[in-house]
Design a protein around this ligand. Structure first.
Ligand code: B3K
Ligand code: ZN
Length: 874
């Protein structure tokens, strides 16, 4: 398959001003009639036109009303070429497609018997022939005709302009979208669904209808999503001055969906996991995710739809910015420190791995084989960090000036990340040319910082060195422009006034140093005594920080830092230091010993008076096995697991009494609330339970089973059940069975049941997972099930997946090959699990490599899987 390069970008030869679509939905197949008004953009030598199209049966073509014959066009599996076309003409194309057989979940397909679409990135070409690229923006009119009984609901983008009956039990609806849009934002839904209605009044007084469509039995699970939507709408008006533009906003929930959700204009389609919630079935994390994803898709209406991407290399233009926006929104909903910690945790555990692997790419990639492989943590999460740095450098007001100009200037256009940076520059009269390297250079920069205090001169000097490791195609990197937020603490833990050499006045609190060179020195003056440095506050840049602090200094920061993120970070770095020591001892066969100073620190936190309980819970959560692996030259999954488990157990033994009293004192009262305070309380209580359960005694097991039986909410039930699933006890069996009996008809809850068994660190987990693949609760064609069982095991259970026997690797290979013909996007996601194979020991490397080679050699693998596996071997 060919590689597509950014440097080869060319504007389209033709514009498509309008498209009239007509769908005849059927049980065996669907016919699609499209009428396009095309006009040449500029004079070119060629008089032909190439349209994209895949898996389409071409029924007829008319050019300006004249039927074309086979000698007027040329067809292959990916395109339709019209050999001779004028500068302006109408084109009518009729195609036949098979949505009921479409397991790729791209284009038009069915889920639970209802029709729905997914067109981003290149799914529209699976519906009809088109210039399926984001810089071709057309006005859409869509008529849907279908059986009235089976499909009473017929939806598309924009406004409903006509509806009525047709012959023999069929009916139709006609929708018109007044806003020109790229084809990836097209959507169609037809089915038998319940509608939940609400409304929102915009600040200019317009009334917007809000409609949510779900399966009838889920009608009682939309309140939280609806409430989140209204809060997101108000927030975007207030913080970015963005108002909604159509009179109706629709959200449809479907069970079979490749990712989280899709921002189609006026008609979002969601994975039901990110819509449906009630306390008995959804956890606090589910509630938070729903709020974030609902907001994310809503925010796309401006950052993505009104202003869209010129080409797919610009994906982070809409995704990085929109993730940043949804993160800001979520932070404003409560416990902002904890939200930031969760974001950084994910970035460091997963995006840093991507940056260090064979698929490493800048947030604006230079090339791709299959664009769906580039919906990555780098584009999304690192992309958001890059926007966050811009926000940090420009300040709240400056950033807003920039985004105002961005939306004003580029409304209705398809633009680039460079356009985005340029308006920020213009609005703020700053030069961001060096900053642009964040868009073109891949890899995670590393900062090595040393400090010297000179008591005679009362100066404190920070020496900062930045480097960035090579990534595929980029052996050398130029230094980045990095905002480094710093504070210096006095002996009481107060922030010292900061005055750099040459400055007349000092500033108290955090200040942002701007790094631009490979090596830089910052001298603070009038520093009366040696301070404790608090660097990279709030994680002001997506970098790795190397700074040697003593255990005492870490403890001091953990106790006192004004910056909540850095308080937590001090605890994490201390824990990493200890865990890496334990890893080494384990590898050398030495007995593992618990550091009593660390126990004391944890005890103080537990007994302390910090009121944000979610924050306390976060401090008590030890670094993940994944993040720990980041610090190992050769990843040893077994040692990482053993070390972490030992530390958990050791703390649980030493602080048994404190954990128990904290656990009991945090017992809540019914009914359930999803307020930040209540979420924090449950979180802290459940982390206490997790620690206690590592002791695996009969008393705590029965206490855990009691929590499982008596809780009125899924958060507490799942916490108990996950801990039990890790044990070899009769309580485990009882609870898993009871849970199954109660929830076997709720697909989303069954996903949790599958996941927590796949994540169990029990020795026999792979055998259990294999058995579960045959269970009626599992379904290979449903991405949520695949992620819940196979994804969870292979990506979330390192010690069992990386079993030295290689059984886990062969299991994964089998499923990649089984899935690839059904759903290449999901198969490719699974395949990327092997990306880090070179980071493991020799014998694991050999077996992982064998699996990759086996996959590459298999007949007819998709280009999705081909790209991932060949780059991994590369
Ligand atoms: N824009 C979609 C993602 C589409 C993924 C296509 N493979 C969801 C989102 O980021 O909001
Ligand atoms: Zn998005």
């Amino acid at each position: 398959p060919p590689t597509i390069y950014l440097k080869n970008y060319q504007a389209p030869d033709y514009y498509i001003e309008t498209i009239d679509l007509h769908f005849e939905l059927g049980e065996k197949h669907t016919t699609v009639h499209s009428r396009l008004a095309l006009s040449r953009r500029s004079k070119t030598d060629s008089s032909s036109l190439v349209l994209n199209g895949e898996e389409l049966e071409l029924l007829s073509i008319k050019q300006d009303g004249q039927v074309l014959s086979t000698k007027d066009y040329h067809q292959d599996s990916e395109s339709l070429t019209l050999l001779q076309v004028p500068d302006r003409f109408t084109l009518e194309i009729e195609t036949r497609i098979y949505p009921q057989d479409n397991t790729t979940l791209s284009g038009l397909y069915t889920s639970n018997g209802n029709f729905c679409t997914q067109c981003e990135a290149e799914g529209f070409r699976r519906i009809t022939y088109f210039l399926d690229r984001p810089d071709v923006m057309a006005r859409y009119t869509t008529t849907i005709v279908a059986d009235e009984k089976k499909y009473p609901i017929l939806l598309s983008n924009g406004n409903l302009i006509a509806q009525g009956k047709r012959d023999t039990g069929r009916h139709f609806a006609k929708w018109q979208d007044p806003f020109p849009k790229p084809s990836y934002l097209f959507a169609l839904v037809a089915g038998d669904l319940a509608r939940i209605e609400d409304e929102f009044i915009t600040r200019s007084g317009r009334k917007i209808q809000l409609h949510m469509y779900v399966q009838f039995h889920n009608r009682d699970q939309c309140d939280h999503a609806m409430d989140s939507l209204k809060r997101a709408m108000a927030w975007d008006e207030e913080v970015y001055g963005r108002e909604y533009d159509l009179d109706i906003y629709m959200i449809v929930a479907v069970d079979d969906f490749n990712m989280g959700a899709m921002e189609n204009k006026g008609l979002n389609i969601f994975n039901s996991k990110y819509v449906l919630a009630k306390p008995e079935t959804a956890t606090d994390t589910d509630y938070e995710n729903i709020e974030a994803v609902i907001a994310h898709e809503y925010f796309h209406n401006w950052s993505g739809n009104r202003v869209t991407c010129r080409d797919w290399f610009q994906l982070s233009l809409k995704e990085g910015f929109t993730v940043f926006r949804d993160q800001q929104f979520s932070a404003d909903q409560g416990s902002s420190a904890v939200k930031r910690i969760q974001i950084v945790n994910r970035l460091r555990s997963y995006q840093f791995r991507e940056d260090a692997g064979p698929m490493a790419h800048p947030i604006r990639p230079d090339s791709y084989v299959e664009i769906n492989n580039f919906y990555t943590l780098t584009i999304y999460e690192k992309g958001a960090e890059v926007v966050r740095m811009l926000y940090c450098l420009l300040g709240t007001e400056g950033f807003r000036k920039g985004t105002d100009l961005y939306f004003e200037r580029y409304d209705g256009q398809a633009v680039t990340t460079d356009d985005f940076v340029q308006v920020l520059e213009e609005a703020n009269h700053v030069d961001l040319s060096q900053f642009r390297l964040w868009y073109s250079q891949a890899g995670t920069p590393e900062l090595r910082i040393s400090n010297v205090y000179d008591p005679k001169a009362s100066t404190y000097t920070l020496k900062v060195k930045q480097t960035c490791p090579p990534t595929p195609g980029q052996p050398h990197k130029a230094p980045f422009h990095i905002p480094l937020a710093v504070g210096l603490l006095d002996a009481e833990g107060q922030d010292l006034p900061l005055q750099l050499a040459g400055e007349v006045e000092a500033i108290t609190g955090t200040r942002v140093l701007e790094l631009r060179q490979t090596e830089e020195t910052f001298v603070f003056q009038n520093v009366p005594f040696k301070p404790v440095p608090s660097l990279l506050r709030g994680f002001s840049a997506p970098v790795k920080l190397y700074l040697d602090l003593s255990n005492e200094e870490y403890c001091f920061l953990l106790a006192h830092d004004k910056d909540h993120f850095n308080r937590w970070e001090a605890g994490q770095q201390l824990a990493i230091k200890i865990l890496l020591g334990l890893v080494e001892d384990h590898q050398q066969g030495k007995p593992l010993i618990l550091d009593p100073a660390f126990t004391n620190t944890i005890e103080k936190i537990l007994a302390g008076d910090e009121s944000d309980q979610a924050f306390v819970a976060q401090i008590l959560t030890l670094p993940s096995e994944h993040y720990l692996a980041e610090f190992m030259a050769v990843i040893d999954p077994e040692a990482a697991y053993k070390a972490r488990r030992f530390l958990q157990r050791g703390l649980a033994e030493a602080l048994h009494g404190t954990f128990t009293t904290t656990y009991e004192s945090l017992a809540g009262t019914s009914p359930y609330h999803s307020s930040p305070e209540e979420i924090g309380r449950r979180k802290l209580r459940n982390i206490c339970l997790e620690y206690l359960m590592t002791l695996d005694g009969p008393d705590i097991r029965s206490r855990c089973l009691q929590q499982f039986n008596e809780s009125d909410n899924m958060t507490d039930v799942i916490a108990a059940l996950s801990s039990l699933a890790d044990t070899e006890s009769s309580e485990r069996k009882i609870a898993l069975q009871a849970f199954y009996n109660q929830w076997k008809n709720d697909s989303l809850v069954m996903d949790k049941w599958l996941s927590l068994q796949a994540l169990s660190r029990r020795q026999d987990t792979l055998a259990i997972v294999k058995k579960l693949t045959q269970h009626p609760a599992f379904k290979l064609t449903n991405p949520n099930k695949v992620r819940a069982l196979i994804g969870a095991f292979c990506q979330g259970n390192p010690v069992r997946f990386h079993d030295p026997s290689g059984e886990g690797y062969r299991f994964l290979r089998d499923y990649i090959l089984k899935l690839d013909p059904l759903n290449p996007q999901i198969a490719a996601r699974l395949a990327s699990t092997f990306n880090l194979w070179r980071r493991y020991d020799q014998s694991r490397q050999i077996i992982m490599k064998e699996q990759l080679e086996h996959i590459v050699k298999s007949l007819r693998i998709s280009k999705d899987v081909y790209e991932i596996t060949t780059k991994a071997l590369g």
